[in-house]
Ligand binder design. Structure first.
Ligand code: APR
Length: 260
């Protein structure tokens, strides 16, 4: 048995023996759906630079101007390639493998940093979208959410019919606080988690990157699935060095024996 095979077996043992496995997902899970990641070779931020940290402040200062920009995508050509990649993307084997783990009753929650809606389209139910979902809009006051199409955007800025506050894209902007109910769910799941599977994230953006560290501090185990090393690699109990689209289905294949 090769090292990779041994690592997969070890990962399956840890996940199979867990009581509350949680997966933390980053852009790497959607890379095999054709969506560029943010950092590293070909990453969106690598190409166009990270967005300014005051995006949310600008929204609050002039929500009409923000919405006018949002509604005229040609205003931001650098992101056209990224937007088009997301628009044509389909869930890949990695997304479906996580849904299988959820259906096996082994995966208790998926915490995703991705806003591409591919987990939902793959059938995920137990899902927390810590950075929001690009197909939705959200009230910044009461956190009510709707599909983008729920508003006609004749009147700008759209206001919440429930509480009258401003409505913005659900995607969490740089400098924007993560909605309280979302961050509470993430910390609750991480506190209960005894085995965290970290898939396709550079583990450099907080608070998401703090969850695996929390699990380790609480005595839980960490499995990293990533072709490249990250700041979490040294603390991982098992490292599956490769693409999630190939490795997660291998894990699920063996997990099914555990749960028969
Ligand atoms: N399978 C698994 N992992 C992969 C694959 C793949 N096929 N391809 C690339 N990766 C890994 C890279 O090695 C890298 O570690 O995915 C990771 C992508 O890292 P980032 O581009 O930094 O994306 P992410 O970690 O999700 O960024 C976190 O930063 O800008 C914010 O809001 C944005 O949610 C994002 C957050």
């Amino acid at each position: 048995m090769g090292d990779d095979e041994r690592a997969i077996e070890r990962a399956v043992d840890l996940i199979g023996a867990s009581n509350h496995a949680v997966v933390l997902v980053g852009a790497g899970l959607s890379a095999e759906s054709g969506i560029p990641t943010f950092r590293g070779a070909g990453g969106l931020w690598t190409k166009v630079g990270e967005p300014s940290m005051n995006g949310y402040e600008q929204f609050l200062r002039d929500p009409i101007r923000w919405w006018e920009h949002q509604l005229s995508p040609e205003a931001d050509p650098a992101r056209t390639e990224f937007r088009e990649a997301i628009d044509r993307a389909e869930p890949n084997a990695g997304h479906y493998a996580l849904v299988s783990m959820e259906k096996l009753g082994v995966l208790k929650m998926t915490i995703t940093q991705n806003v591409d809606n591919l987990h939902v389209r793959a059938g995920a139910v137990r899902l927390v979208e810590i950075h929001g979902n690009r197909t939705k809009v959200r009230c910044i006051g009461c956190e009510a959410r709707w599909p983008r199409e729920a508003f006609d955007y004749e009147e700008l800025p759209p206001l919440c019919p429930e509480c009258g506050s401003l409505v913005k894209g659900d995607t969490v902007m740089f400098g924007e606080p993560i909605p309280p109910s979302v961050i509470d769910a993430c910390f609750r799941e991480s506190a209960a988690c005894d085995c965290m599977i970290v898939c396709g994230t550079s583990a450099t953006v907080f608070p998401a990157a703090s969850f695996p560290r929390m699990v380790k501090e609480n005595g839980g185990t960490l499995i990293e699935v990533n072709p490249n090393p990250t700041p979490l690699s040294d603390m991982a109990d098992v490292t599956l060095r490769g693409p999630t689209g190939e490795l997660l289905p291998e894990v699920v294949k063996r997990l099914s024996y555990w749960t028969i």
